[in-house]
Design a binder for this molecule. Structure first.
Ligand code: HEC
Ligand code: HEC
Length: 287
């Protein structure tokens, strides 16, 4: 009797492991169709310097793709995997059209049609077409680094969590509306609208409504992301926020903000960007 019960449990476990394995492998090769678009309307406004700023600061691409664009380690962890950003210097992107590179950034789809893995395209969903093409122009303006992209591999926890729908970054193309077009960009000025535009890159960790909490798919050792709805927290003033943006130190706890909060990027924000962020965050409240 007992033996039969154990056998039953064993079979269920094996079926489950098999399900996780198959689901993951199917998602890896699944092809994604993205809405058709062309870049003619933004060709004349694309700007290498703006692209560099987005790459290095606003979108933090540099964190995973590196200063020389040849790819950096994102994670090396038995349970999750060994993951590097790809080499996106002209050496590897020569055979990609501008449309294909824009599609990879905005929709998380590889030239081949598969979803990229661990590339956080949903953080860039609200970037305008002109901004993304500017990044592409910047990538193309940089020297070639002749090395192949790292072959990423994924561990059991990443496979399990992604098969259960708990690790969106594994297959970003699955998470997005691939028929949705590009967002409009507000003027670059100290305004709520520009602050909201910039704050789109905070959502990945601070959550859709910026209320903070545990970071989805994050390392268990990471602290929770803070609540950025400053309109309902009188402790936060523009001075305090500006100080934090300049130093990476919390003016409230007097401590450096911990990893993975990207303070090294935020301290590079200029006065207009910082003020715009403040105007937007202080317009949010918990009600
Ligand atoms: C959290 C780390 C991370 C960030 C931030 C990130 N990427 Fe990626 N990116 C990756 C990884 C990992 C891959 C490889 C995915 C794969 O091959 O499945 C990738 C792939 C790509 C590709 C496809 C190239 C190829 O050969 O597969 C492009 C283009 C790209 N990223 C551009 C960008 C740009 C531009 C930004 C900023 C707007 C950015 N990435 C931000 C991790 C990141
Ligand atoms: C990769 C994840 C990540 C991203 C992206 C990110 N943050 Fe954070 N942030 C955190 C974490 C984690 C903390 C908590 C750090 C700590 O407690 O030491 C934090 C804390 C903060 C705090 C302090 C909050 C408090 O109550 O003390 C501010 C302000 C902040 N982030 C602003 C931003 C802004 C603005 C952006 C976007 C431009 C941003 N963060 C993007 C992870 C992130």
């Amino acid at each position: 009797m007992l033996k039969k019960g154990l056998l039953g449990i064993l079979i269920i476990i094996l079926l489950f492991v098999f399900f996780v394995f198959i689901k993951f492998e199917l998602n890896k090769v699944k092809k994604f169709n993205v809405q058709k678009f062309d870049l003619q309307d933004v060709e004349s406004i694309a700007d290498v310097e703006l692209g560099k700023r987005i790459y290095e600061v606003r979108a933090g691409c540099i964190d995973c793709h590196g200063e020389k664009l040849d790819g950096k380690m994102v994670m090396d962890n038995g349970a999750i995997g060994t993951i590097y950003g790809s080499n996106i210097s002209p050496y590897n992107l020569k055979s990609w059209t501008d449309e294909e590179v824009v599609r990879a950034i905005r929709y998380g789809v590889h030239k081949s049609g598969r979803s990229l893995n661990f590339m956080p395209s949903f953080d860039f969903e609200e970037l305008s077409k002109g901004d993304i093409l500017s990044v592409v122009k910047y990538l193309r303006s940089q020297p070639e680094v002749a090395s192949e992209s790292h072959q990423n591999s994924f561990g059991p926890i990443a496979r399990l969590m992604s098969s259960l729908g708990k690790m969106p970054i594994m297959f970003p193309a699955k998470e997005m509306d691939l028929k949705k077009g590009f967002s409009e960009k507000p003027l670059e000025e100290a305004s709520v609208a520009f602050g909201k535009y910039l704050a789109n890159t905070c959502i990945g960790c601070h959550g859709k409504n910026l209320m903070g909490g545990p970071i989805p798919g994050g390392d268990p050792s990471w602290p929770e992301a803070g609540d950025l709805r400053f309109g309902s927290n009188p402790e936060w003033t523009q001075e305090r926020f500006t100080e934090l943006m300049k130093t990476g130190i919390s003016p409230i706890t007097k401590k450096e903000l911990r990893v993975p909060m990207p303070s090294w990027l935020l301290i590079q924000y200029n006065a207009t960007e910082t003020e715009a962020l403040w105007l937007y965050l202080s317009s949010l409240n918990s009600k």
